[in-house]
Ligand binder design. Structure first.
Ligand code: GAR
Length: 188
């Protein structure tokens, strides 16, 4: 059984979807949901699904406290699902090729520091792009730059507002993210 930890900063709809995907199976389970945001709705979602939650400060993320918690819970695999802070090198080194992030656009376009959530969709719509999508990639110590594991595309229509595109991209995330994690776990 693989133990997954999910980091999320906000709503946590992907986190909930991943928890549900692995619930009841024997490949993996989500043992921890962690956030730096005390108001993150992901905490409520996790509690409802009986997953242990951890609120941490950025100082604790950098100092090794968060790493200790991951070790204490025998975490094997880390998922960033709407986590908006830079992930520390100390944790990346301990989990080589075992940390993935999802980005709501087709990297390398529309990525980097400050590009998250609705800001990404607004930039894509404003640029008049005809397609967008999702990128699942390994995490390194630069925003959105680790090796790409998977991409899926969706159309962008001229009439789209950022929230229309966000909804389409979220559907792609729900469909593919758990399955991609599953494949990586089976391979490892
Ligand atoms: C997701 O669309 C994810 O791709 C994005 O934040 C959203 C979180 O939604 N992540 C980034 O923008 C990272 N740069 P959720 O909290 O409902 O899962």
């Amino acid at each position: 059984m693989n133990n997954i930890a999910i980091f999320a900063s906000g709503s946590g709809s992907n986190a909930e979807n991943i928890i549900n995907h692995f619930n009841g199976g024997n490949l993996a389970r989500v043992v921890l949901v962690l956030s730096e945001n005390k108001d993150a709705f992901v905490f409520e979602r996790a509690r409802k699904l009986s997953v242990f939650t951890v609120l941490f400060s950025l100082e604790e993320l950098k100092s090794g406290n968060v790493l200790s918690i991951l070790k204490q819970y025998n975490v094997d695999f880390i998922v960033l699902a709407g986590f908006l802070k830079l992930f520390p090198q100390s944790i990346i080194e301990e989990f080589p090729q075992k940390i993935v992030n999802i980005h709501p656009a087709l990297l390398p376009k529309y990525g980097g520091r400050g590009m998250y959530g609705d800001k990404v969709h607004k930039a894509v719509v404003d640029a008049g792009e005809k397609e967008s999508g999702i990128t699942i990639h390994y995490v390194n110590n630069n925003y959105d730059e680790g090796g790409i594991v998977f991409q899926a595309k969706c159309p962008v229509f001229p009439s789209d507002k950022p929230e229309d595109l966000a909804q389409r991209v979220h559907q792609l995330e729900y469909e593919h993210f758990p399955k991609v994690i599953e494949k990586l776990l089976i391979k490892s």
